[in-house]
Design a protein around this ligand. Structure first.
Ligand code: NAD
Length: 338
């Protein structure tokens, strides 16, 4: 029986890159049944909320979703719909691989995975202004929260990921030299978890700013990287830059009871409706979904075909130097499937 997957096309370029992705995955033999649901601006007109209850119910049922980018509508009470979805399903691990698929960039042969803590840190949304005299916004304060529980489960996830994917090293990046309590706790917990994997997975810890520099100087020294929420947000975009930019970057949001796969980029309102969006990041999110469902042959075929199609440099979208439209590129990926 096919696995049912909640499909959320999303906003802006979302529906076109989702259609392209579904077409390619099905052509590659994906054994899934899509339960298509609305979220984001797309849901507001019909359901008066960016996260309709029936969409949440679908994810609760299927426990797995492929999601396009969502625009957070202004004035709906949500800081970010994406953050709200991650919180709703406690999707604590954000897995962001950076893999070279197109040669000729600044670096060749990049194969890194960043594991970002997805629920704590500065993203807990505890912030406020402090008024002084007649200036209500004289100062502002944001609170970073790190818990032993949260730190332990994300570092353990990184080590388990390394073990199950045959990776050799985990680098924990932090700022414990300055943020001695929050980052200090993250580092202490990380070191303790690392001990359990001694002899199986190499471990190192590095200060976040040095890590950012070393990623540019010599990214090959890294393998799996793990860090708290905001550092992970920033460094995963930097790592996307090593392999051709946001159009190449997928992400998986993984929890104990559910997983949502998505491109790292947003809804790209500047090019929405023009038919030129690059669906590669969404396709790679689809590959991560296939791996999650143990359909590894499908993800390997799609990834090989993407590599082949990008390499030919003929039928590729304008952001990577071509003239092809979204569906022309998707058709080329289908034609190159082996
Ligand atoms: P963006 O990622 O949408 O766009 C940044 C730039 O990259 C734009 O010039 C865009 O045209 C280009 N781009 C992005 N994806 C592309 C693709 N697949 N092909 C070709 N070019 C691409 O970032 P933004 O403009 O800051 O955000 C727009 C909206 O998306 C905002 O409402 C934001 O909240 C939302 N957003 C959603 C997610 C998500 O759903 N996970 C992530 C980031 C931003």
């Amino acid at each position: 029986m096919s696995t049912v997957v909640t499909l959320i096309p999303g906003d802006g370029i979302g529906p076109s890159i989702t259609a392209a992705t579904v077409k390619v995955l099905e052509a590659a033999g994906a054994d899934v049944e899509w339960d298509e649901r609305l979220a984001g601006v797309a849901a507001v007109t019909t359901h008066h909320t960016p996260i309709p209850e029936e969409t949440l119910e679908s994810i609760k049922r299927t426990r797995v979703s492929l999601k396009g980018p969502l625009t957070t509508p202004v004035g709906t009470g949500f800081r970010s719909i994406n953050v709200a979805l991650r919180k709703e399903f406690d999707l604590y691990a954000n897995v962001r691989p950076a893999l070279t698929l197109q040669t000729g960039g600044r670096y060749e042969g990049i194969d890194l995975v960043l594991i970002r803590e997805n629920t704590e840190g500065l993203y807990v949304g505890v912030e406020h202004y402090i008024g002084v005299g007649d200036d209500p916004h004289a100062a502002a304060e944001s609170v970073m929260i790190i818990t032993r529980f949260g730190a332990e489960r994300i570092v353990r996830y990184a080590f388990e990921y390394a073990v199950s994917h045959g990776r050799k090293k985990v680098t924990l990046a932090h700022k414990a030299n300055i943020l001695k309590f929050t980052q200090g706790l993250f580092l202490d917990v990380g070191r303790a978890v690392a001990k359990e994997y001694e002899g199986r997975v190499e471990f190192e810890d590095r200060i976040i700013d040095a890590t950012a520099m070393l990623l540019v100087l010599n990214p090959y020294q890294f393998d799996v990287l793990v860090m708290e929420n905001m550092f992970g947000d920033i460094l995963s975009d930097q790592m996307a830059g090593l392999v051709g930019g946001l159009g190449m970057a997928p992400g998986g949001n993984i929890g104990r009871d559910a997983a949502i796969f998505e491109p790292v980029h947003g809804s790209a309102p500047d090019i929405a409706g023009r038919g030129i969006a690059n669906p590669t990041a969404m396709l790679l999110a689809g590959c991560m979904l296939m791996e999650h469902l143990d359909q590894h042959d499908v993800s390997t075929r799609v990834r090989d075909s993407i590599r082949h199609t990008l390499e030919s440099r003929v039928t590729v979208t304008p952001d990577v130097g071509g003239k092809a439209r979204t569906e022309e590129y998707a058709d080329a990926v289908i034609a190159n499937l082996e």
